[in-house]
Design a protein around this ligand. Structure first.
Ligand code: CTP
Ligand code: CA
Length: 225
């Protein structure tokens, strides 16, 4: 996969990549979000394209130029992202859920700007839909790759996510580790497979990490390939 010659193992395959944060509106001028910049997801989309795939990149709001030749769908909320993913799920061969999806959203979106008042404010939050979990429940031929950005107990949480979301692979990183945090151009990933195999990688560019992730998926797709 790193040789100069053209290597397109994903030719004819449809790959969906979700990237970036989501935005959950509070009122017309405010929203909840997170530190995701979309760099990892955009790197996966680009690497998948270079490996020959037909790529759909479903992106939350980010400041990145989408890779050329990739079909981009811009979304804001977790619900928007879910709708976009489900729309193309049947035809997909690989789904890479890099996005940092909000877990909660305001229960009520105010129609007009909320005015400040004396004293404290409480907002009621409700759970968003777990996109990856839903994809796992509806999985047929697709190879599902989830991400797990953790601050502690990475292995425990990654393995738990692999099971609970019925994913085929989880790519985990410790965002507290230097070189693996939000926004950088590098990552330190560990890949967890369903057969219990795990593979730890050293610090590398997000681009190289993306190629390794896809390569591990291709190797394990088996009948799904
Ligand atoms: N994910 C998703 N939909 C959500 C939340 C998460 O599809 N509403 C996906 C992410 O895109 C990622 C994986 O699930 O691929 C793991 O996300 P993460 O936030 O690490 O896990 P959660 O299940 O949300 O658990 P927690 O945040 O409590 O660790
Ligand atoms: Ca979460």
């Amino acid at each position: 996969y790193f040789s100069g010659q053209k290597n397109t193992p994903l030719l004819g395959k449809k790959v969906i990549v979700t990237a970036g944060p989501t935005r959950e509106a509070v009122d017309p001028v405010r929203f909840f979000t997170n530190h995701s910049t979309g760099k990892m997801g955009y790197a996966v989309a680009e690497a998948a394209r270079d490996l020959g795939a037909d790529v759909t990149l479903i992106s939350g709001p980010v400041n990145l130029e989408p890779p050329a030749g990739v079909n981009v769908i811009n979304v804001e909320s977790a619900k928007d992202m879910f709708d976009a993913v489900i729309e193309s799920y049947d035809g997909a061969d690989i789904v890479v859920k890099t996005a940092a999806v909000a877990d909660y959203r305001p229960k009520r979106i105010h129609d007009s700007k909320m005015k400040k008042q004396d004293g404290e404010l409480s907002l009621e939050l409700e759970r968003t839909i777990d996109i990856l979990k839903t994809l796992g429940e509806q999985k047929a031929h697709q190879f599902l790759i989830g991400f797990a950005a953790e601050t502690n107990d990475v292995t425990t949480y990654a393995k738990r996510k692999l099971e609970s979301k019925n994913a085929d692979m989880i790519v985990a990183n410790n965002v507290k580790q230097a070189g693996a945090g939000f926004g950088g151009d590098t990552n330190i990933i560990t890949v967890f497979h369903r057969d219990g195999t795990t593979r730890e990688y050293d610090l590398m560019s997000k681009r190289d990490a993306a190629v390794h992730i896809l390569k591990e998926a291709i190797e394990r797709m088996g009948d799904k390939a």
